[in-house]
Design a binder for this molecule. Structure first.
Ligand SMILES: [Zn+2]
Length: 72
């Protein structure tokens, strides 16, 4: 039981880091049509790629908020 819990916890963490890496990658690449767009503000809904970048930013922010206190 103890082992199962430990493994599950580790997998969840790996999942999360994996997702964070993906999101960082999306943010780093940005929108190919609008290289100047750095997701500092909401994307215009007209460009799907900008929206993807913006959503990645939002998801990262959300994760950071949830993980506040993680290092304490
Ligand atoms: Zn765009």
């Amino acid at each position: 039981m103890k082992n199962t819990k430990g493994i599950k916890g580790r997998l969840m963490n790996e999942d999360k880091s994996q997702r964070i890496m993906e999101l960082l990658q999306i943010l780093a690449e940005g929108c190919r049509k609008h290289p100047a767009y750095r997701a500092r503000r909401a994307a215009t809904q007209r460009c799907q790629e900008c929206v993807v970048v913006w959503n990645a930013r939002l998801e990262l922010n959300e994760m950071n908020q949830k993980h506040e206190g993680f290092n304490t």
